[in-house]
Design a protein. Structure first.
Length: 154
């Protein structure tokens, strides 16, 4: 059976240590246990690496350790990814102010992954976002992608 190819945005990594959100932290930790068992093929992007570098020193250290432990494949951003992300923003799917969210989705689509996993319920994990990004994806010749929390994946 083929393993799902999952793109993890930065929010998923952050919730591993979200002591102020204990339930989300616990479910995120269970998700990472499934990753450690090899049940998924896991990816992040250079954008995630950049966002980790921008975190406070304590948070950055924890996130860097998590990335080392999890060993996701790191995807580079390219012109194709940028153009697709710009379409999501231009069509009002993702607000321009949150254009990095569009990049997270686009890098997963361009690299033919199955699911974008996120805790971003405001701009990403929404039925509207799934439908509209997949409309753009089909028009541009890409496959459809799911955008879900990790709870929907495991």
């Amino acid at each position: 059976m083929r393993r799902l190819k999952l793109y993890l945005d930065t929010s998923v990594l952050n919730f591993m240590f979200a002591e102020d959100e204990l339930e989300k932290m616990k479910t995120t930790q269970r998700f990472f246990e499934e990753i450690q068992k090899g049940n998924f093929e896991v990816f992040i992007s250079t954008l995630v690496i950049r966002e980790i570098e921008e975190a406070s020193e304590v948070t950055r250290s924890k996130l860097e350790d998590l990335v080392k432990e999890t060993r996701p494949k790191i995807l580079k951003l390219d012109e194709e990814t940028e153009k697709l992300a710009e379409l999501y923003v231009a069509h009002g799917i993702i607000p321009e102010k949150y254009s990095k969210d569009a990049i997270h989705i686009a890098v997963a689509v361009v690299n033919d992954l199955d699911v974008v996993v996120s805790w971003n319920l405001e701009h990403m994990v929404k039925v509207k976002t799934r439908i509209e990004t997949n409309g753009i994806n089909r028009l541009e010749g890409y496959h459809e992608i799911d955008i879900s929390t990790h709870e929907e994946v495991i």
